[in-house]
Design a protein around this ligand. Sequence first.
Ligand code: NAD
Ligand code: TDX
Length: 380
Amino acid sequence: MKCYLVTGGAGFIGANFVKYILKYAPEIQLIVLDALTYAGNLGTIASDISDNSRCVFVKGDICDKELVNKLFEEYPIDCVVNFAAESHVDRSIENPQLFLQTNILGTQNLLDGARHHWVTGKAENGYPLWKSNVRFHQVSTDEVYGSLGTGGYFTELTPLDPRSPYSASKTSADLIVKAYADTYKMPVSITRCSNNYGPYHFPEKLIPLIIKNILEGKQLPVYGDGSNVRDWLYVDDHCKAIYTVIEKGREGEVYNVGGHNERTNLEIVKTIIHTIYQILSREQHYRAMLKKQTILADGSIDISWINEGLITFVKDRLGHDQRYAIDPTKITNELGWTPQTMFDEGIIKTVRWYLDNQAWVEEVTSGDYQKYYEKMYGDR
Ligand code: NAD
Ligand code: TDX
């Protein structure tokens, strides 16, 4: 049996990855390390831990050297999958230092822990000798490439050009991973994925925030003029790409991950409005969860207000990247990866998941979320 140390496994993509591996990769045991920051929620993976002897949870910080060493001593870890990060661009604009601490120094601390436990000796040429079949996998982002104009795609050869404190910290982490590969010949790989969406996405990010606001009858904040473009991928497709790269990808390589699904933010917001309206038109029982309850003459709950009039254009994000678009040719041609869930299907699945899992939303937003929302968006 192989053993993966999955960091950040109580966050959005990490938790989906834990579920993906437990379902599809019976040969893998998981040690999940997560600090449970505002973005991490143990409830998301509680059943995965309790129902499964293949999954152990450890609460802790990737920057904690002693803890990371202890985990390597205690468990036969042969792969580190590093999801743990501060991940929200807006928060990085407010507090850059935390992003540098977690995303750069945390990654370096994990690299060092792995290096100390995976090196078995020294070759004649002075380079370390590595235990066989080990891998350090860094979960990176398309944001390291910066921002595109109206045309073109990010390939693995696109120069790194991060523009926000978040993307600069992720780029630095990628470079530290590359430095360990070049200097110590450490077996590493990196995936750079476009925007994910799907279940367990924290409602500070665009798609879950818009769903939450509609259900609460609030306005829908669109930054600037809503023309910025993101390339959206269903989270399970990202999880499959990571697993494929770890198991089949070449050592030392970077693989871009994306599904050619570019949309403007305005288009995304309109799609969510229409999707929720359609579902609530047909399935009246969901209307009970709306905060705004106007009862019509026929006794039904009014949903006519769920329309594009809810959209409100707000102050733009500082340094807002205009467009991201991934060219996934390398991972498709080399490893046969292609996305399985198309956006039209994925967004309906996602909206339904949020309608059916309001208890989860309440749980994850019961902490400092309200304070954050008021600071970012006022009392809209
Ligand atoms: P998230 O914010 O939902 O989850 C991050 C997790 O990391 C949380 O569970 C949090 O508690 C944990 N964490 C934070 N600091 C930690 C620390 N110091 N020690 C241990 N755990 C810590 O993020 P996400 O959206 O799931 O993103 C996961 C990874 O994927 C990140 O590295 C991100 O850069 C990358 N990524 C995200 C997207 C996206 O669209 N969300 C796209 C491409 C890449
Ligand atoms: O209220 C909002 N209104 C709005 O117009 C929010 C929260 C966002 N936006 C815009 C900003 C972006 O153009 O929507 C777009 C998507 O924003 P986010 O959901 O914050 O994602 P983004 O900034 O694109 O970054 C995401 O994708 C790449 C993840 O958060 C990163 O972790 C990942 O690396």
